[in-house]
Design a protein around this ligand. Structure first.
Ligand SMILES: Nc1ncnc2c1ncn2[C@@H]1O[C@H](COP(=O)(O)OP(=O)(O)OP(=O)(O)O)[C@@H](O)[C@H]1O
Length: 679
């Protein structure tokens, strides 16, 4: 790699060229080769180099046809030394003098410059080769062009060659990528001798300090940044750009940088269009980046391109961190295995199995009646798994309508349906990425959504509602249900393929009545949570142990808490809430009303319980669920309410009065209660 830069220097004539070439070499040393081209002798064709510097006014339109390729063009400016300026200022006010330059344009250029820097007490008369002289004038002022002074002039104020301005040097340093400490130091020294343009009146050391701070800040940015000139040449790149691509340190600020970048990157960068976040894969290193190319403007002029490179892995990590931070409170698993009480054999076995399942990454299906601790187990499995630091997201599949459940789980794209949020919405699967999702009441998930869930499990990617693209997700699924999925499969209500996918590890939690030995332990633990509560008598514990506990531990909890709050002294069977009698419920044998006969047993029970509860008074769904001991899911209750309304057992709902029994419903339930035969 060659580090020597080539500069095309354009001046009016050869003499100017030689002079300014020397000045440039004094500044840059042998870091640059300078090729002079003059307007007088013709610029020639096919000029090529790292940059063009014009020190004589010439438009880009005139210049570019002479260039072999697109090269950065710097329109340089020249300034007086401070000493020369002083000599001009010392001339008396009203002095009329020739202003001698090489040509007409240069003459006006010089006059404008002098007025700009405040030399406005002298009356300049432009003079250059070929123009008519005024014989009455005998003073001449010239920036070093003494060779053109008319013979009759007696007083000459030679300002000396104008010097290349500080901003021209700065532009050269940037474009030629030659900015370093030594050059900044040189600029600083120059600034002591020569005049600055207005915008450089800030002391140079401040400017350079500011620039240094700026480049330090750019170096601190974690994204790789590369500035390209309009011509596509590298102007500046930050540390991250080098380290992300493992570039040789010798390439820092090298004009040849592009030759050493991966081909996948340069191919995308080279087009004229700006773009955002293209994903590129570097075959040689296996790295993946997102690449953006943005135009940047300086005072409305297109000045080049900004290339931004982001490491995809970093984005993922960051996104994950943001997800985690934002979901931490809402989406963490609260319970661990140590929160699960019960030393019955059945319970100990469940815990042992669950611990084993936690050590794997497979889906887990937890079954069991309501209130047996399915959610507790789901939390504990997540917390004992390798994903414990990652999100745990629980959703009840029975509590939402089909469409809502779909958009909650998978998210949606902006505009995918009326009312969709601007910018779309992330689904819970995306939030749960790298963690666990707990699908409670999975048996109540609508059939077509089951197919989508299966796809997520198989493909490990989701598609937002209304989107055509997919998003990869890595989520472990724990599902739970109190429904009989096997039975549901037979009835074509649950997909067999999904069942076998999630049910490989299945954990059945026994109902409380099958492990009465756990009741004293659980009851004592529940009691200890109530401040100031009294102990339970043995006789009460015995009574509790023979209850059917259709609501299982949740029901036991309600019952024990009720007693603890309602009783002042030690607790006995007398303190039990009404409905709890010693011994299991015998359950009278009754004839099944014809409208229930087609229903599965569980739905039949639910229908009867609803009608029975509504005999007392009308009530809303939440109340009704409580009255049923929370033994049925919201989905089940809703479905059965619809069914019973359709059968004419309930009055259609109006307003906030809740659901009421119709005369037909009342007749059916009374007939059922009086029938006395087994159903
Ligand atoms: N073995 C246990 N030890 C201590 N508390 C328990 C145990 N099992 C359940 N619980 C408590 O009982 C209540 C119900 O448990 P959980 O919500 O986990 O049951 P579930 O089977 O998911 O119920 P549902 O099917 O109605 O959603 C919770 O307050 C839970 O903390």
């Amino acid at each position: 790699m060659t580090n020597k830069r080539k500069l095309i220097l354009i001046t009016y004539d050869q003499s100017n060229g030689t002079h300014y070439r020397r000045e440039l070499l004094d500044f840059f040393g042998d870091a640059v080769d300078i090729e002079i081209h003059t307007i007088c002798e013709g610029l020639g064709n096919g000029l090529s180099g790292d940059a063009v510097l014009t020190l004589s006014p010439i438009s880009n339109n005139r210049l570019t046809p002479h260039l072999k390729e697109e090269i950065e063009i710097i329109h340089g400016s020249k300034v007086l030394t401070k000493a020369a300026y002083q000599r001009l200022m010392d001339l008396p006010k009203g002095t009329r003098a020739f202003l001698i330059t090489t040509n007409k344009t240069a003459s006006f250029d010089m006059a404008t410059y002098l007025y700009q820097i405040g030399v406005n007490h002298i009356d300049f008369v432009p003079f250059y080769p070929g123009c008519t002289s005024d014989p009455t004038l005998d003073i001449a002022i010239t920036p070093g062009q003494t060779r053109f002074i008319p013979e009759h002039v007696r007083q000459v104020v030679d300002l000396g060659w104008r010097r290349i301005s500080l901003d021209t040097f700065m532009s050269l340093m940037v474009v030629l990528r030659l900015k370093n400490e030594a050059q900044i130091e040189r600029l600083y020294h120059l600034s002591r001798d020569i005049m600055s343009h207005d915008f450089l009146t800030t002391p140079l050391d401040n400017v350079s300090r500011l620039k240094d701070m700026l480049s330090m800040m750019i170096d601190e940015i974690e994204d790789g940044i590369l500035f390209l000139s309009n011509a596509g040449r590298p102007i500046f790149e930050n540390n991250a750009f080098h380290s992300m691509l493992n570039l040789d340190p010798g390439l820092r600020q090298s004009p040849d940088l592009l030759n050493y970048l991966p081909e996948e990157l340069t191919r995308q960068m080279s087009g004229p269009e700006a773009f955002d976040h293209k994903i590129i894969h570097i075959a040689a290193t296996g790295q993946a980046f997102t690449l953006s190319k943005r135009s940047f403007y300086y005072y409305n002029n297109h000045s080049g391109f900004l290339i931004v490179l982001k490491d995809v892995q970093n984005i993922e990590k960051l996104e994950q961190k943001i997800r985690l931070d934002s979901v931490k409170k809402k989406y963490t698993a609260k319970y661990t295995f140590s929160d699960i009480l019960g030393d019955s054999r059945a319970m100990s076995e469940c815990i042992r199995h669950a611990r084993r399942m936690a050590a794997t990454d497979y889906p887990v299906l937890i079954t069991g009646e309501t209130g047996t601790g399915k959610e507790l187990f789901a939390h504990s499995i997540h917390n004992a798994s390798s994903r414990c630091e990652k999100p745990f997201i629980a959703i009840n599949c029975a509590s939402l309508s089909r469409d809502l459940l779909e958009s909650e789980l998978f998210g949606y794209e902006e505009g995918s349906f009326t009312g969709a949020k601007k910018g779309g919405k992330k689904g819970l699967f995306e939030f749960a990425h790298t963690g666990t999702i707990f699908l409670d009441e999975i048996g109540d998930m609508p059939f077509d959504l089951q197919a989508q869930l299966l796809r997520v499990l198989q493909e490990k990617e989701i598609r937002r509602v209304g989107s055509t693209s997919t998003i990869p997700v890595d989520v472990r699924i724990i599902a739970a249900t109190n429904r009989d999925l096997k039975q549901m499969m037979e009835e074509n209500l649950f997909r067999m393929d999904l069942y076998y996918r999630i049910g490989m590890f299945s954990l059945h939690l026994p109902p409380l009545r099958e492990r009465p030995g756990d009741i004293p332990l659980l009851a004592a633990a529940i009691l200890s949570q109530v401040p100031g509560s009294h102990p339970m008598s043995q006789e009460l514990l015995k009574t509790l142990s023979v209850q059917t506990w259709r609501g299982n531990i949740r029901e036991l909890k309600n019952c024990v808490e009720y007693m603890a709050y309602m009783t002042d002294g030690p607790l006995s069977s007398r303190d039990l809430p009404s409905g709890y009698v010693p011994g299991p419920e015998p359950g009278p044998a009754r004839e099944v009303p014809p409208i229930f006969q087609e229903l599965p047993l569980r739905s039949r029970k639910l229908c009867f319980s609803i009608l029975n509860a509504l005999r007392e008074r009308p009530m809303g769904r939440t109340r009704l669920m409580e009255a049923l001991g929370n033994s049925f899911t919201e989905y089940e209750v809703r479905t059965m309410l619809e069914y019973l309304t359709g059968e004419g057992c309930l009055l259609p709902r109006r307003g906030r009065g809740g659901t009421a029994l119709s005369p037909e419903g009342n007749r059916i339930v009374l007939e059922y209660l009086n029938s006395g035969k087994n159903g």
